[in-house]
Design a protein around this ligand. Structure first.
Ligand SMILES: NC(=O)c1ccc[n+]([C@@H]2O[C@H](COP(=O)([O-])OP(=O)(O)OC[C@H]3O[C@@H](n4cnc5c(N)ncnc54)[C@H](O)[C@@H]3O)[C@@H](O)[C@H]2O)c1
Length: 257
């Protein structure tokens, strides 16, 4: 068990499963108090955290991160319960696969609202006034290599013949997360707040289930949620105190260059 995040409070969105759940467990292993946020039940993640470290204090909020009031109340109640908000991991996400030709407004808005606006809402709500008042904070936004490369066109087609691994709404939302991260990093660096991105490549979770990845990349395996969690732990801890506005790709070399 590590101590890198002892006495720190970490909010992790989308932590009912997948990368968010693995990240919550990895941060708990380093001693953080954990706040689980998801539309789905998080009791399994909580149980697994407390199996790893029975001392870990855990709060659960079942909310839709697209709603400003929900987001603000999560942050307010976290600060009231734990006294500080030190780490925010914006991980909750959706991925529409339809190509541009078949994209609907509903799919476009879902990915942009969840991935990009949800990240904006949480960043704004933790920074002002909590992290600003503390004079410290680490924000890690989960983007994707789709936000760098535009998303893969090749790969498995869905049964409808219209879908690839990820569509243009997803790519645009994740590219937006990268630009938002850089902009926020410039605004809040002098307040003692760091804001960085992790950009995963293909990772074995519910989002990628049923997709046939060619894995045309130097490291020829799917990533695990734990691979991504380790990068988040680095960006949440003091080892990254001179790093801000960066995009750390964790993708088996799929997006070298
Ligand atoms: N798996 C991959 O290959 C991969 C690659 C690149 C980036 N990512 C990103 O990593 C993040 C986590 O993905 P994952 O693979 O663990 O997927 P996942 O589907 O297993 O987990 C996403 C979680 O987000 C929650 N969520 C979605 N919309 C929400 C909302 N509006 N409010 C609250 N909770 C909401 C879901 O309930 C779910 O628990 C996402 O942002 C995803 O885009 C994943």
């Amino acid at each position: 068990m590590g101590e890198k995040l002892e006495h720190k409070t970490a909010i992790i969105t989308g932590s009912a499963q997948g990368i968010g759940a693995a990240t919550a467990k990895a941060l708990a292993k380093e001693g953080a108090r954990i706040v689980l946020v998801d539309m789905q039940a998080c009791e399994t993640t909580k149980r697994e955290i407390q199996e790893i470290n029975p001392e870990t204090e855990v709060l659960i909020f079942n909310i839709d991160i697209k709603e400003r009031e929900n987001v603000e109340s999560v942050v307010r109640e976290t600060a009231e319960a734990f006294g500080s908000v030190d780490v925010l991991v914006n991980n909750a996400g959706t991925c529409s696969r339809l190509d541009l030709k078949h994209m609907t407004d509903a799919m476009w808005f879902r990915d942009i609202e969840t991935n990009l606006r949800g990240t904006f809402l949480f960043c704004q709500s933790v920074i002002y006034p909590y992290m600003e008042k503390q004079g410290s904070g680490k924000i890690i936004n989960i983007s994707s290599i789709s936000g760098i490369m535009g998303g893969p066109i090749s790969g498995a087609k869905g049964e409808d013949g219209q879908s690839g691994r990820s569509g243009p709404a997803y790519a645009a939302s994740k590219g937006g997360v990268i630009a938002l991260t850089k902009r926020i990093a410039k605004e809040v660096g002098e307040l003692g707040i760091h804001c960085n991105c992790v950009a995963p490549g293909p990772v074995e979770t519910a989002i990628t289930k049923g997709m046939n990845y060619k894995l045309d990349q130097p490291i020829k395996r799917m990533g695990t949620p734990e691979d991504i969690a380790e990068a988040v732990v680095y960006l949440a801890g003091s080892g990254s105190d001179y790093v801000t506005g960066e995009v750390l790709k964790v993708c088996g070399g799929a997006a070298i260059g």
